[in-house]
Design a protein around this ligand. Structure first.
Ligand code: SAM
Length: 281
């Protein structure tokens, strides 16, 4: 799914430049992958007619649009994202819904109207905060008393071969990047149960429940899977820096590895997430 920015690039820059551009270039494929998990998230969110929903890191807006159709004209949905380039896609696709608005903002620090929303949700958009306790505290203040938090995030990369195996194959040929410090913002930053519990507890959420949800993730036909995994994910940076011959050999190793995981004309690998639920304490 997401690429990781190099350590010296902040998330706002990453999602507005290379990371955002690549997300948009591969958006149909990436959203198809995430759709396999959406059903579980959307059912757990259980948005109802008339509710106000805040969708954090809404990306190209598919979940925001879904909630807008469920809450109806009496409700409202705000999709917030830090990336202008990705939000442009959301607005183009779904900007015509009267009860759905998109806002360009850092959800971790944006001044939301206090106690405005019934539901705070996200499909893989809350793992990128530099200070997660401050960010979730800020988001909690946007929820009304009794409001609910329900989001999905990845568990650790070791439990997510859909992202890990191709990169591991590349790193048999080219050197891996330095291992990020635990908790560094990125797709797997909230992978550890204890860390998630500590962050959300410190941010003032109560009745926390973490449910493991595992699904096979379809990366698309082999050529497509190789293409986006060389541009996004842990191998992207090292591949960009490698000498041409080493790069070619590393991509061949990734291709061989991914080819072993084909089913019905597509590369399919396991993925593991947390479905996180909590209330305003
Ligand atoms: C992995 S994508 C998921 C997009 C979308 N939720 C989906 O499922 O298609 C993560 C999104 O979070 C956004 N994001 C990252 N940090 C953010 C922040 N601090 N505030 C708001 N959005 C953020 C990115 O720009 C990106 O669109």
């Amino acid at each position: 799914m997401s690429s990781k920015p190099p350590a010296d690039v902040d998330q706002a820059t990453f999602w507005n430049e290379d990371g955002g551009r690549r997300w948009v270039e591969h958006i149909d494929q990436l959203e198809r992958m995430l759709d396999e998990l959406s059903g579980v998230l959307v059912a757990a969110v259980d948005a109802r007619s008339g509710e106000r929903v805040l969708d954090v890191g809404c990306g190209g807006g598919p979940t925001s649009a879904h909630y807008a159709s469920v809450v109806g004209r009496a409700g409202e949905v705000l999709g917030v994202d830090i990336s202008a380039v990705i939000l442009e896609v959301a607005r183009r696709r779904f900007g015509h819904h009267a009860n759905l608005h998109f806002e360009l903002a850092d959800a971790g620090s944006h001044a939301f109207p206090p106690a405005r929303f019934d539901v705070l949700t996200s499909r893989f958009g809350v793992m990128f905060f530099a200070d997660p306790v401050a960010a979730f505290t800020n988001l909690r203040q946007a929820l009304r008393p009794g409001g609910r938090l329900c989001f999905m995030c990845w568990r650790g990369i070791d439990e997510n071969p859909w992202m890990g195996v191709a990169a591991a194959a590349a790193f048999t040929v080219i050197p891996p990047p330095p291992k990020p410090a635990p908790g560094t913002p990125g797709p797997f930053a909230l992978g550890r149960r204890e860390r998630l519990e500590d962050i959300l507890g410190a941010a003032g959420f109560a009745d926390l429940s973490l449910e493991g949800v595992e699904r096979d993730i379809t990366l698309g036909p082999l050529d497509e899977a190789v293409e986006w995994l060389t541009r996004m994910g842990p191998a992207a940076g090292p591949l960009a820096e490698a000498e041409p011959a080493a790069r070619e050999a590393a991509i061949a190793a990734m291709r061989d590895e991914l080819a072993r995981h084909q089913r019905g004309g597509a590369v399919v690998l396991p993925g593991a997430t947390w479905l996180v639920r909590a209330q305003v304490g």
